[in-house]
Design a protein around this ligand. Structure first.
Ligand code: KIV
Length: 299
């Protein structure tokens, strides 16, 4: 394991934690909110240094970190483990712990108990859950327990099977009106913000204008009050297709791939390690050591 410091400390100390009401103020001022997912401490530190307001420890971890085919299998214990790593280094941004599938559907009591675990054991500042309908009551119960709760409608990956796959939502007038009503119900229940995923821009814009709480869009157009992208999508950390709504700001998978190939070639050719990567022993000690070895061999 490397003995190098994990990540350089920021030049100036991070200011304190962003107050939750500031997100509402940002919406009123027309300042856009930046949110990104992160699943470990170094990523959270980089996100903090880049100035994001919100770090989401998303259940997308199931796919991008744990190798599952969907977000469904990740457990509450796994989410707590990842959230704890993120909260160790995200100082200013609010850390949103994502409630995984199965941790809030059964009852309001289950939802509150799971939210408390994410906050107490994971250190999350607030939590997020997917859906409306019966989930409105879960949002109310969590908010009434004094835990900030972010709602999420549109494409809700935990129910992708029921929605007919990973596809845009709210593309008929009726479906768009339902989304608008769901958003209003979630706001009324006490959500402090709403993620809109894969929703037509015009529909997301109308929802955004109808709410006092901020909307955070992912594939929901520029009129949302903020945007969120998944860490691995934003940084191009895997090869292959990404959804239409992803903008890749780097191609780290390519860079990591060539760095690893170079490393493997160096190990095979003896090009690594070089002298500057190795430790020395004083000549005198080396001589004693070699003499001791010779003496042992003669015994
Ligand atoms: O889990 C997640 O990463 C999310 C984002 C896609 C909003 O819910």
């Amino acid at each position: 394991m490397s003995t190098r410091p994990r990540t350089p400390a920021p030049a100036t100390p991070a200011p304190g934690k962003l107050p939750l009401p500031e997100l509402g103020e940002m919406k009123r001022r027309g300042d856009k909110i930046a949110m990104v997912t992160a699943y470990d401490a170094p990523a959270a530190l980089l996100a903090d240094e880049a100035g994001v307001e919100l770090v989401l420890v998303g259940d997308t971890a199931a796919m991008v970190m744990l190798g599952h085919e969907s977000t469904v299998p990740v457990t509450l214990d796994e989410m707590i483990f990842l959230t704890r790593a993120v909260t160790r280094s995200a100082r200013r941004p609010l850390v949103v712990g994502d409630l995984p599938f199965g941790s809030y559907e059964v009852s309001d009591e289950q939802a509150v108990a799971s939210a408390i675990r994410l906050v107490k054991e994971g250190g999350a500042d607030v939590v997020k859950l997917e859906g409306a309908g019966r989930m409105v009551s879960r949002v109310r119960a969590i908010a009434e327990s004094n835990i900030g709760v972010m709602a999420h409608v549109g494409l809700t990956p935990q129910s992708a099977t029921k929605l007919g796959g990973f596809r845009a939502q709210g593309r008929t007038a009726d479906a768009a009106l339902k989304l608008l009503d769901d958003a209003a119900a979630l706001e009324e229940a006490g959500a402090f913000a709403l993620v809109l995923e894969a929703v037509p821009a015009a529909v997301a814009g109308s929802i955004t204008h109808s709410l006092a709480i901020p909307t955070i869009g992912i594939g929901a157009g520029a009129d949302c009050d903020g945007q969120v992208l998944v860490w691995h999508d934003l940084l191009g950390m895997y090869q292959g297709r990404t959804p239409r709504f992803v903008k890749r700001y780097a191609r780290l998978a390519d860079e990591i791939g060539s760095a690893l190939s170079e490393y493997v070639a160096d190990v095979r050719s003896g090009g690594f390690p070089e002298e500057r990567h190795t430790y020395t022993i004083p000549d005198e000690e080396l001589e004693h050591f070699q003499a001791a070895l010779r003496a042992r061999a003669e015994d």
